[in-house]
Design a binder for this molecule. Sequence first.
Ligand code: ATP
Length: 480
Amino acid sequence: ATVDIGTIVSLCKRRGFIFPSSEIYGGLGSTWDYGPLGVELKNNVKRAWWKSIVYDRDDIEGMDGAILMNRLVWKYSGHEATFSDPLVDCRECKGRFRADKTYELDCPRHKRKVIECQSNLTEPRAFNLMFKTQVGPVEEEAALAYLRPETAQSMFVNFKNIVDSRWRKVPFGIAQIGKAFRNEIVPGNFTFRTREFEQMEIEFFCKPGTDEDWHAHWIEERHNWYLRYGLRAENLRRYVQQPDELAHYARACTDLQYRFFPDREDQEKQWDELEGIANRTDYDLSVHSKGKQEKWGIHNEHATQSLVYRDPVTNEKFIPYVIEPSAGADRATLAFLMDAYSEKPGTDGEPRVVLKLHPALAPIKVAVLPLARNKSELVEKAKAIKADLQRHGIRAVYDDTAAIGKLYARQDEIGTPFCVTVDYDTLGIGKPKEAAAAETTPSSAAALTDTVTVRDRDTWEQVRIPVARLREFFAERLTA
Ligand code: ATP
C-alpha cells in the first residue's frame, strides 16, 4: 500500500524536512517552512528539473523574473478579470468553500462532509486569487501591485528580449523556477495546496501547426522525468482535460496526476494534479502585443511593442504558439517523498523507515561514521573523508552520536543512500587487542589499510573500498 500524507507530515516534522511555519506563535494556516533536510531535498528536485530542461537540451533558455510586475501585465493576461475560483458560503456553519472542490473538505464547525450541508450553500461567486500589495509609500489605486500567481508571465513579456539577446529561433523555450502566490479559498493537505508555493515552468514557443507534436513531446518528456527520479508508474497517470474544463484560450491540456490521497475511499478522488501541460495557442504573445488583437477581442493600448515573430530564413511572420509544462516544486517534492517511503523489519524485528529517494534527490548523499568515537584516529580519519567529499560537492555529514547500528537507522530514515564506516582496519592497526580475533593476520590487515566499508541504504549490503576511490564511486552513483 502507498503511504498516506499524514505519515509523511510526521516524518517531515520529526526529521527536519518541513515544519509548520511560525509554529511558536500557533502557526499560520497552511504555511510551511522547509528545514535543514527539506531545503536540500527541494533544491535537489529543482536542480534535477533545471538540469533536464536547461542543460540536457539545446532549445531552452533559463531566466529568473521578479515577483512584482507592472499591474498591466495582469490586466492584459486576463488575471485581473478572471483569475478566480467559485466561492460559496454555508449558511448553517458559516464555513467557506471552493465550489468545484468540495469533496476535499470537512465542514470546519460541524465536522462532517460539506457535501451534506450543500443544500444550505449560497450561490457561488467569483473570488480573485491574486494577493494585492502596494508599491511605494502611497496607499492609492495607482500603487496597486500583485504578488505573481504564476511565473509564466515574465517569460511571455521577455520573449523578445530573449530572442534578441540569445539569437534564438523558434522553436525554443524559456524555463523558470520561482515563487508564486494564490489566495486559495481552501488551502490544505500539507504542502499540496498552499498560498505561497514554488513553480517550475516552461514556455515553449513553436510555429502554429507544429503545436500538437510539441505538446505530445512535452507530455512524454515530463512523464518520463518523474519516473526517472523515482515516482512509481502505478501512482502517476495522464488526465486529458475535457473541452468544458479547458481555459478559453487553450486548445488542449493534459495533467500529470499523482495518487496523493491513497486513503480516500473513492478511487477517482485519490488522484490530483502534479503538473499541467497545456497548449495555450497564440493567446499569450497576442494579448501582450501592442495594438488590436481581433482574434482575442483585445486592444492593447499599453504595450510598447508587438511580439510577432519573423522567421529570419523564410521571412514569414507569425505569433508563436505556446506549449506550457507547469509543475509545482512543492507538489513534486511531496510526491517523491511519498513514493520513497518504505518500512522494513530491522535486525531487532522492529519496523524501520527507509526513505528510498533517488540518490540525486537525497538531501544527504553520504554519512561518514567512525566505528568508535573515543578513538581519536578514527574520528579524525572520518572527519577528513567527510571534508574531502564535501569539498568536491558531494553533500556529506559526520555523525558519532550513537552506536553504529543506530547511526545507520537514522540515515535510512532520511534517505541517505550511502554510509561510510571508518574502522580499525582503515587505520591499518587491526582491531584493538582486546577485541582482536585470531583470523586477522598481519598481512590481511595491511591489505585493508586505507579502505572503508560503504553500506547501501536499500540492500544494507557492505563493500570494502579504498578511500582514494570513494569520490569516483559516489559520483557514478549520484548522477541521474
Ligand atoms: P488546482 O486545480 O490544483 O488548483 P491549478 O490547475 O490551478 O491547480 P496551475 O495553475 O496549472 O494549477 O499551476 C501549475 C502547477 O502549480 C500545479 O500543477 C501545481 O503543481 C502547482 N500549484 C498550483 N497551485 C498550487 C498551490 N496552491 N499550492 C501548491 N502548488 C500549486
